[in-house]
Ligand binder design. Structure first.
Ligand SMILES: Cc1cc2nc3c(=O)[nH]c(=O)nc-3n(C[C@H](O)[C@H](O)[C@H](O)COP(=O)(O)OP(=O)(O)OC[C@H]3O[C@@H](n4cnc5c(N)ncnc54)[C@H](O)[C@@H]3O)c2cc1C
Length: 380
């Protein structure tokens, strides 16, 4: 197995770094990074920034040319993701568009949906939100109650969603709604967020301000042609979509940087000679490296057009485990950094508080590996 990067990949990484140097404002670290990437400031910034990336062929380099991409290997998209994450993810919410919304529409969308939305995403100017979770339907998505009733050539949506990141500024929602009586009768709709009958309210949480929203739908009309796939096909579609999301965020990249900052702090305080601290730091670094390798394995499988496997879940579990250990390390050994001490470490901590919950909890990833990967029976 070859673990090194090719000359072309190194050149590509250098090109991405040069674009970041050129496109990020001088006050990026001071003004933008301390805000959540779901804040209004960052969401609006992403429209401008992603449009410029798109002009340079650096937003969706791996997409086919007919959809606005450059037909480059998936590895290039991945290198791009690592560099963006290391820079504080200036694509903001649009990392989601390029990771899974666009690819899902390429596979399951109608020609009209592809023409409108996939190309829209490739332009870097469109913001999406993901309307899946509800107050009593997070992990158990099949319990969702938002309904879409068909009336002639459109559906009428009623219900509510919770935790919907970016909803305040999103142009479109990738919405799950119930279209029949059974638990599996759920369908996907592409819903313009300026449709009459939609209201969004934000609520505070431990993570940075601006992240958490509730969305309410009252008799919202959506045309039949905005349904993705057939009625009741949502499960198949989101299973495919979320296999992209599992390795969408290269957490090891920023994790290792945060660990370095903590070690610098400990050295400055003369505490890094403590063998317990050193061994804990070493274990965390090794875990992040393990997470990197597992993530690369999944990307390699994708490049080879192999079907999604539970390796993606494993990769996510391993990454999140490393993140959790680092957060415990910070609390135990450099707690002063977290309360207005070191901005970047505090930032890292806050943004990762929900890491084991968003995009499917760790327990569920473990269940999926047990059942689908190891063939174990479902628990009671
Ligand atoms: C910051 C943040 C941003 C988010 N953004 C979005 C978004 O943009 N769009 C969106 O749709 N959702 C979003 N979510 C919601 C997220 O997907 C859900 O929080 C997640 O799916 C868990 O659902 P829940 O909160 O209802 O917890 P629950 O499902 O109630 O889970 C609570 C606990 O019980 C465990 N548990 C539940 N069922 C099982 C089981 N069968 N086996 C073992 N353990 C189980 C879970 O692992 C968890 O530890 C976001 C959440 C957060 C925190």
């Amino acid at each position: 197995m070859e673990f090194g990067w090719t000359t072309e990949q190194l050149q590509y990484r250098a090109r991405v770094r040069a674009a970041l140097d050129e496109l990020l404002p001088d006050d990026w670290d001071e003004t933008y990074v301390p805000e959540s990437y779901a804040s209004d400031l960052q969401i609006e910034f992403s429209r401008e920034f992603c449009a410029k990336l798109a002009e340079r062929g650096l937003l969706v380099p791996h997409w086919p040319v007919e959809y606005g991409g450059c037909g480059q290997p998936d590895w290039d998209h991945f290198i791009l993701g690592e560099e963006m994450k290391a820079a504080g993810e200036p694509r903001g919410p649009q990392y989601m568009n390029v990771n899974w919304i666009g690819p899902t529409l390429m596979r399951y969308g109608t020609e009209a949906q592809k023409a409108q939305h996939v190309k829209g995403i490739a332009s870097g100017k469109v913001i999406w939100c993901q309307g899946f979770s509800e107050p009593n339907a997070g992990t158990d998505l099949a319990a969702l109650r938002t309904r879409a009733e068909r009336t002639g050539d459109h559906y009428v949506i009623n219900g509510s969603k919770i935790w919907t990141s970016y909803a305040r500024k999103a142009d479109w929602c990738f919405l799950l709604a119930r279209t029949g009586a059974s638990r599996k009768d759920i369908s996907i709709f592409l819903l313009p967020m300026d449709s009459p009958g939609i209201s969004v309210t934000s609520f505070p949480g431990l993570i940075k301000p601006g992240h958490l929203n509730e969305v309410f739908f009252t008799d919202v009309e959506v045309p039949v042609e905005n349904r993705v796939g057939e009625e009741g096909q949502a499960w198949e579609i989101i299973t495919h979509a979320l296999s992209y999301e599992r390795v969408g965020v290269p957490r090891y990249h920023v994790g290792l940087e945060a660990l370095k900052l903590a070690i610098e702090q400990l050295k400055a305080e003369g505490r890094y000679d403590d063998p317990i601290i050193r061994s804990r730091a070493g274990m965390i670094a090794a875990k992040f490296e393990g997470a990197r390798m597992l993530t690369y394995l999944v990307v390699d499988q994708r490049v080879k057009r192999m079907p999604p496997s539970t390796d993606a879940n494993l990769s996510r579990i391993w990454s999140l485990d490393a993140v959790a250990e680092l957060m415990n390390f910070l609390v135990e050994f450099v707690p002063d950094c977290l309360a207005g001490g070191d901005k970047l470490l505090e930032d890292y901590y806050r943004i990762n508080i929900p890491a084991g919950v968003t995009g499917g909890t760790n327990e569920i990833q473990l269940d999926l590996v047990a059942q689908r990967g190891l063939g174990l029976p479902r628990g009671a």
